[in-house]
Design a protein around this ligand. Sequence first.
Ligand code: ZN
Ligand code: CU
Length: 487
Amino acid sequence: MVDDGFFDTVIQNGTIVDGSGEGRFQSDIGIKNNRIQAMGDLSMAKSGRKINAANRIVAPGFIDVHTHDDRVLLAKPTMDMKISQGVTSVIVGNCGISLAPLVADNPPPPLDLIAEPGACRYSTFEQFLKEVEGAPAAVNAAFLVGHSTLRVGTMDSLDRAASLTEIKKMRSLLEEGLTAGAIGFSTGLFYKPAIMAPTEEVIEIASALKAHKARYVTHMRNESDHVIQSLDETFRIGSEARSPVIVSHHKVQGKNNFGRSVETLKHIEDHLHGHHHGIAFDVYPYVASSTVLKEDSIRLSESVLITWSKSRPDLAGRELSDIADELGCDIFSAAAQLQPAGAVYFAMAEEDVQRILSHPNAMIGSDGLPHDEHPHPRLWGTFPRVLGHYCRDLKLFSLEEAIRRMTGYSAETFGLIDRGVLKAGAFADITIFDEDTVLDRATFDKPMTPAAGIDTVMVNGSVVWEQGCATGSRPGHVLRHGGNRPN
Ligand code: ZN
Ligand code: CU
């Protein structure tokens, strides 16, 4: 379409990869207010600002579908660790842990990954969404309600199944969240606050999803020896609650299970055909995971790196085995002395990571932990690592396909309207980068190093990142289920 009207911004001469997975093409982009108004040859158009994107890829802003950014949206609203990677929207509240709805002084692990003492002070989900809307971040955010959060707020003891009354209460809290605009329900059945929840409890609560066309997102009970049983549990919850399911950070952990992604992906494919509501999964591009410090996770790992410790903050960034040597004890008693704490676990095979990343149903999600002292590098590196290392250098998939799994497919799966695509009418969430130089620079040693090759990032028509720096602009919207803010 040619339009010679007046635009706020025109992005000129770029190579468009539009998020659909289709091949690239040359086009300018004209932006007015916060949306793309026109694409095509806009060389004659008048505009307030021109951005020259010659020799650059212009893509939809990336959607980080798996985050724990609930509190950081308010605490560090410029969100440098995300916009420096080209991320323009995040989905928060994963793994069963959301900041709301909960009022609690000292929530138990793993809620402490996101909630410092006093941070959980929202008796309704609406209160939390209003607070984020009142103090916008640089990125857009969509929200999940966490099962463990509901359990902590509802039950006097977590080491049992919920009673019928408690289930009813949790379902009505979920309903309140969905009505306020949450896009789904997450569980973390792997973690202590939810490990005693039977499948039936989750189904009962998740039955609130269907009326809202919302989705079930899960950190499964097991991602090692019993990963197939856990997939089956997930599919059952989805079919009984009649909602789409998303398997979080799909992986197979532990030496015994190396190579079993062949089996898990086949299992997912077999169920895709019979599952009427949809199955998808997300993945991060690393062989190490990260969460709170847990004995069972230590057992599965070849090495463990401490990311934070409340009792020994000085030991963040060090190997657990070194710490054990220094303390003159074994790794398990060393771990006990560090609690509460978090860690990075090396317990995956590169072969599995690559196979899962390459699957067409894989979305990219960082699972970054923004409050960790010495975080897993996925927090700052996920998206450029997929584009630079796995796409360009290892050629696992085309750039068009890599971008689809970070944008169009993700927006479709999570119901983010007018996001994840470049076309007239869509919101102007745009990332401009150099496909020859884009690369993650965050490492396990220096995990907070910004990526290379990301030139300009725009959220709702405003530039949030350029020339290697955040502009300080905070145009992010709360992406409420069923639609976005009117303008
Ligand atoms: Zn998780
Ligand atoms: Cu997570």
